[in-house]
Design a protein around this ligand. Structure first.
Ligand code: GLC
Length: 471
């Protein structure tokens, strides 16, 4: 079986969020299970010269973007044994950020057209084209309206995976013909709420729609989570399912990770406490093993639950012997809040504003607890990475957080959870976690259980293969 996996970002080449982790590891897991999976993504200007040096130029073609004809270079690279095709066009992709440009619609329409146009030139006719999020949601639209009956293109099936329904690719109607090159006769596929909605088009036109956890697949049928798209998803629920992501357990492995201060595993995690001491030192906090450290590594945005944290953190710090270590960047409001509490509680709060991957690993390894109270979380990878490093997650029961973390109150779970989006329910979960830390023996049992959790890609890859086969 041949699968072309289409993503607007993939590690190790370019990343802005969890999608890059998935596109950098699921294809490899599929490949290990005998699926011939290749990936296609844009060749961004941010990709290093070193990485470019390892790419081979395959060909260049002209790609239609409505009435425009745009240059499209095709490069090939290998990562983790998987073939990646990189689509080159400096006008569209030589910019200093991946998204957020005035012409994102045109950029990703070009990319989506290019994915289909390059097929005859890369000598790879996929059985399945697997797209991700709004940036490649036009691929199924173009396929079903323009390519399905073309010679060399017949019989391909399409999948669209929704990693976060909040981002839909919404544009004014005038763009449909002039930029997307889609005629009036097909406008109903993309029109939604008096706009053009690329995610909606992808849902309508792809053969299957998936999201990154089972719980989220149910949640997005509800207006509280759907950002407006629930009527469409309900209508198409017969083709909707959820497949939980995995994590790259080789990349995230406390036994071999050389970004951390001491390696450890489930049998002997004394090294974890060396990481804790070093982490406390980095953040200028008193080095004490007896005080629980709560870590936060996140984009500082509302849907990650920071308004809950804002509400109770002052009270919590004031009343508890604990430490908080925060790494993240995002909304000014939350950055300012963390700066304020770091100044008010210098011996309890450590803060770095930014996106620093190797420091993130030191926090995963050196913290005792990991706080992730998201308002919504399609899957969430950090809670799985935290578990992998024996750090106990405190999460809200939503989306993938609900599917990966269960409360340890019954002596079986792997974390601390709360249900409603309520600051005091979260506070209760945090207090239970802090008090659990004081019982060393029980705590070590919990850490061992966390270290033994298996969130590798095997199970998910098998579910994707089952889905592909059913198509
Ligand atoms: C998005 C979601 C996140 C998920 C990731 C990978 O970033 O917000 O929950 O883990 O995609 O699927």
């Amino acid at each position: 079986m041949k699968v072309l996996y289409v993503s607007s970002e993939a590690l190790p080449f370019a990343a802005s969020g969890g999608l890059a982790d998935v596109a950098g590891s699921l294809p490899q897991a599929l490949k290990n299970r005998k699926v011939n999976c290749r990936v296609v993504m844009p060749l961004y200007g941010t990709i290093s010269d070193e990485m470019r040096a390892s790419m081979t130029f395959i060909t260049s073609i002209m790609v239609p973007v409505s009435w425009r004809r745009q240059y499209c270079g095709v490069f090939e690279a290998k990562a983790g044994g998987v073939v990646y095709y990189l689509i080159d066009n400096e006008y569209y992709f030589k910019r200093n950020t991946l998204y957020g440009h005035y012409d994102d619609g045109e950029r990703f329409a070009f990319f989506s057209r290019a994915v289909l146009e390059i097929l005859p030139y890369i000598d790879f006719k996929p059985d399945i084209i697997h797209c991700n999020d709004w940036q490649s949601a036009l691929v199924p639209v173009y396929y079903s309206t323009m390519y399905a009956n073309r010679e060399g293109y017949t019989g391909i099936k399409t999948v669209l995976t929704i990693h976060n329904i909040q981002y839909q690719g919404i544009y004014g109607k005038e763009i449909l013909g002039d930029v997307f090159g889609i005629g009036e006769e097909n406008s109903s596929l993309l029109e939604f709420g008096d706009c053009i909605n690329l995610m909606k088009g992808g849902i309508e036109c792809s053969n299957r729609v998936t999201t990154v956890s089972n719980t989220y697949a149910g949640e997005i049928l509800d207006p509280w989570f759907s950002h407006g798209l629930h009527p469409i998803l309900k209508e198409r629920s017969y083709k909707l399912s959820g497949i939980l992501n995995g994590i790259d357990v080789k990349n995230y492995d406390p036994e071999t990770d050389n970004n951390i201060f001491a390696n450890y595993n489930a049998k002997d995690f004394s090294g974890k406490y060396k990481n804790k001491a070093a982490l406390q030192e980095i953040f200028g906090l008193p080095v004490r093993e007896d005080v629980p450290v709560i870590g936060i590594v996140s984009r500082l945005v509302a849907h990650k639950g920071f308004d809950l944290i804002k509400k109770i953190m002052w009270e919590l710090l004031d009343s508890s012997d604990m430490q908080l270590v925060v790494l993240g960047s995002g909304d000014w409001e939350y950055e300012a809040f963390f700066k304020e509490i770091a100044a008010a509680f210098p011996s309890k709060v450590g803060l770095r504003v930014g996106f620093i991957p190797d420091l993130a690993r030191k926090i995963y390894a050196g913290s005792d607890l990991f706080l992730m109270p998201s308002k919504s979380e399609p899957c969430g990878l950090s809670q799985m990475v935290a578990l992998r490093y024996g750090t106990i997650p405190i999460v809200r029961e939503t989306g993938g957080l609900k599917d990966t973390i269960t409360d340890s109150g019954d002596g079986k779970g792997n974390g601390f959870t709360f249900k409603s989006y309520d600051a005091y329910d979260m506070l209760d979960a945090i207090r239970r976690a802090l008090s659990a830390y004081s019982d060393k023996k029980k705590w070590n049992t919990l850490v061992t259980r966390a270290l033994k959790c298996d969130n590798s890609w095997g199970r998910s890859a098998r579910e994707y293969i089952r889905l592909y086969e059913s198509m």
